[in-house]
Design a protein around this ligand. Structure first.
Ligand code: E4P
Length: 232
């Protein structure tokens, strides 16, 4: 499963992209509205930083407006994927944009039936929201499994993207269910790093090594020798 970052913050993308784990990003109007500066500049910068698919969402209610906004957003950067909301207009816009070679992420999908319609409209990504389902006491893992199961036999061109992820458990569930992508907020990505045994283990290894000062000297020499060879 590929990991995308779910954010409108360039600073967060800079921080997490440095870990080498990101394959793309998703924004939405709410996330971008929290940031200072031009949305276009932010979207372009995120595209450069993740060097992969970066979703930017249309806001029109009608298909014609969505298509016009989608074409304009796609012109910002080659990595832009146009997000259209799930609706009759969103489906029509998805079909038109996809037919023009513009990749579409159909968002706000909450059922397998909606996902099947999105796939038929040519969506490259289908964003199924876990957190918002859990918020209304619907088992998001069950819905996501239904979406993945419904698309798997016939729709290899549409990737299921687990969205609205609120904690590390959601990310693991999305992977176990077979989602191709999970888009994860920076806070949850940071939580995914943590385990007390990892921290304790690093401290123990370091302390044991430092108890043998000649070992530190040997390793410094090894590194210096290697660098000298590389420098010619
Ligand atoms: C991403 O594509 C979605 O817009 C985002 O994950 C929604 O998350 P939320 O439900 O926490 O707002």
């Amino acid at each position: 499963m590929k990991l995308f970052i779910d954010t409108g913050s360039v600073a967060e993308v800079e921080e997490i992209a440095a870990w080498g784990v990101l394959s793309g990003a998703t924004t939405n109007p709410s996330l971008l509205a929290k940031e200072q500066g031009s949305p276009g500049d932010i979207i372009r910068r995120i595209c450069e930083l993740v060097d992969g698919p970066t979703s930017a969402e249309v806001v029109s209610d009608d298909a014609r407006g969505m298509v016009a906004e989608g074409r304009a957003l796609a012109g910002l950067h080659e990595h832009v994927v146009v997000k259209t909301p799930f609706s009759k207009a969103g489906l029509a816009a998805c079909r038109e944009l996809s037919s023009d070679g513009i990749r579409v992420n159909m968002t706000l999908v909450f059922s397998a039936n909606q996902a099947l319609l999105a796939a038929e409209a040519g969506a490259a990504y289908i964003s199924c929201f876990m957190g918002r389902l859990d918020d209304i006491s619907i088992d998001s893992a069950q819905v996501l499994a239904e979406v993945v199961g419904a698309l798997a036999p016939s729709y290899s061109d549409s990737q299921v993207l687990a969205a609205s992820l609120r904690h590390p458990g959601h990310v693991v569930q999305a992977a176990q269910i077979g989602c191709e992508v999970a888009t994860v907020p920076a806070k949850v990505l940071r939580q995914m790093l943590e385990h007390p045994l990892t921290t304790a283990g690093i401290e123990r290894f370091k302390a044991d090594w430092q108890a043998r000062p000649e070992f530190a000297e040997w390793l410094s020499g090894l590194v210096a020798g290697r660098q000298a060879v590389a420098a010619g």
